[in-house]
Ligand binder design. Structure first.
Ligand SMILES: C[S@@+](CC[C@H](N)C(=O)[O-])C[C@H]1O[C@@H](n2cnc3c(N)ncnc32)[C@H](O)[C@@H]1O
Length: 271
C-alpha cells in the first residue's frame, strides 16, 4: 500500500502542463456538470494549472471556487488562467488533500481530477474531502486506469512505456490503476454504497492533430519530465530505453490508423 507521502511523479515540466492545460470541465468533469449551480462554493483539489478550476468558477459565477495543490509552484499558473478569463470568484492556495486546512462542512462541491491516483492514502483523502463537504453536498473524483489504456496498432515501445509507467508510479507511492479502485476506496472511507454513484468515461485520440499532439507530448514527457528522472534515478530504465519510448510515441502519433483510448473511473459521493 502506498504511503501518505507519495511523490507526484509527473512534476510540472512544460510538456506536462501542456497536457493538463488542454483539460476542460466538459472533457474531464462531465459527470459533475449536471449538478453544478451558479451559487455553489467549490473546492478543486490538486488543481494543477487550473483550467478545469476556471471552468467550474465560470459556472459557479455567483459562488466561489478555491483551487488547492500541494505543489506551490503551479498555483501562479492556475491564478493566471483564472485572471485571463476575467474570473474574480477564485482563490488559490497550497494544501495537501490528506489534511485540508478548512473547517468541516465548508463546501457544496469538492472535486479532484486525476489526483487520487497520485496520493499516498486515497482513503484518507476521501475522508478528508467528505469532512469539508456540507451534508448533502457532493464529492466528485475522476481518475484514469493505466492498465486499461487501449491502443492500436500494437507497439512494443508503448507496451514498454506502460510497464515502465506502472513501475515508476508505484515506486513513487501512487496507484496508476486507480480508476477501477475508486468505488472500493469510497466504501473504505465510510460512504454507504447508496451514497456512491460510480461511472466511467474516456478520452480518445484518433484524428491527426489530436494523435500527433498526444504522441509528441508523451515523447517529450518520456525524456524530460520528472517521470523520466524518476525512471532513471530508480534504475527502472536507461536513457536508451526512454529514447526508444519517445520514438515509439512519435511514430504512433504519425500513424494514420493510430487510435488511443484512455479510460477513467468516476465517483459522485453524497456527503
Ligand atoms: C495529474 S495532475 C491534475 C491537475 C488537474 N486536476 C487537472 O486535471 O488538470 C495532479 C495534481 O495533483 C497534485 N497533487 C498530487 N498529490 C497531491 C496531494 N497530496 N495534495 C494536493 N495536491 C496533490 C499535483 O501537484 C498535480 O498538480
Amino acid at each position: 500500500m502506498a504511503s501518505e507521502t507519495a511523490k507526484y511523479i509527473h512534476g510540472h515540466h512544460e510538456s506536462v502542463l501542456r497536457s493538463h492545460s488542454w483539460r476542460t470541465a466538459e472533457n474531464s468533469a462531465a459527470h459533475l456538470l449536471p449538478y453544478l449551480k451558479s451559487d455553489h462554493v467549490i473546492l478543486d483539489i490538486g488543481c494543477g494549472p487550473g483550467t478545469i478550476t476556471a471552468d467550474l468558477a465560470a459556472i459557479a459565477h455567483e459562488g466561489h471556487v478555491t483551487g488547492v495543490d500541494y505543489a506551490a509552484g503551479v498555483l501562479a499558473e492556475a491564478a493566471a488562467a483564472a485572471a485571463e478569463r476575467g474570473l474574480t470568484n477564485t482563490r488559490f492556495q497550497e494544501a495537501d488533500v490528506h489534511d485540508l486546512a478548512f473547517a468541516d462542512d465548508s463546501f457544496d462541491i469538492v472535486h479532484a481530477h486525476q489526483v487520487l491516483q497520485h496520493v499516498g492514502d486515497p482513503v484518507q483523502a476521501l475522508r478528508e474531502m467528505r469532512r469539508v463537504t456540507r451534508p448533502g453536498g457532493l464529492i466528485a473524483v475522476r481518475d484514469s486506469d493505466y492498465a486499461a489504456f487501449t491502443w492500436f496498432p500494437e507497439s512494443r515501445g508503448l507496451t514498454h512505456w506502460l510497464d515502465l509507467y506502472e513501475t515508476v508510479a508505484r515506486a513513487g507511492g501512487g496507484e496508476p490503476d486507480a480508476g477501477r479502485r475508486l468505488k472500493s476506496w469510497a466504501l473504505r472511507a465510510g460512504f454507504p454504497e447508496a451514497a456512491i454513484e460510480a461511472t466511467s468515461s474516456t478520452w480518445t485520440f484518433s484524428d491527426e492533430a489530436d494523435r500527433i499532439w498526444w504522441g509528441d507530448l508523451w515523447a517529450e514527457r518520456s525524456l524530460h519530465s520528472d517521470f523520466a528522472e524518476q525512471a532513471l534515478e530508480g534504475g527502472h530504465a536507461t536513457r536508451e530505453d526512454l529514447e526508444a519510448i519517445a520514438e515509439a510515441w512519435k511514430a504512433w502519433g504519425r500513424g494514420e490508423e493510430s487510435w488511443l483510448m484512455i479510460p477513467h473511473g468516476e465517483l459522485l459521493c453524497r456527503a
